[in-house]
Design a protein around this ligand. Sequence first.
Ligand code: GSH
Length: 204
Amino acid sequence: MKLYGEANPAPNPRRVRMFLAEKGVDLPEIRVALRKGEHKTAEHKARNSLGQVPVLELDDGQTISESVAICRYLEALHPTPPMFGSCALTQAQVDMWVRRIEFQIMSPVAMYWRHAHPLTASLLAQNNDFGESNKPIVGKSMLWLDRELADGRPWIAGEAYGMADIVALTTIDFAGFIGLEVPDEASALKAWRDRASARPSAAA
Ligand SMILES: N[C@@H](CCC(=O)N[C@@H](CS)C(=O)NCC(=O)O)C(=O)O
């Protein structure tokens, strides 16, 4: 089994590396240079028709795309420690939070990145006004997550660190890289980020 990914700050391949680090599982990763367009070659599109990373390639050549789906597959192979919840309730809570982070924070971050950031300007016809319009949405969503975390729970989906924390940390770190910082007043979110960043897996 091997991964196709890209170096940080690319957030989606980092999710899988962090997940593997939490599990203590080692997998080779082949880097697909996004800046050189290697993800849009026929060779990579044969692995993922959307031309994106990460991709997990199984020993028989089958491939799985989408970072959360890859982690789900790896969770089934390596169930301990559980990263997608350990009972019906916590499993649903992890799913709920993964989807919330993706829709509420990752989507506007991605739209800002694609449509307003100079590093993507040569890759598509940007709509700068639309891109910029996502900036306040990201701030508002981060403040929403901060209010959620102000109840004192240690991790996003509750008592256990898991996939929702990985999706959130990779998203928030990437947002910072492109200039969308966590608002100063978001003290619970910043405290959560410090806890999550202190785990060895954050270095992945
Ligand atoms: N929903 C996908 C998103 C994958 C994605 O957007 N990956 C980025 C790198 S972090 C990429 O390949 N971007 C190039 C592109 O979309 O053309 C996942 O979770 O894996």
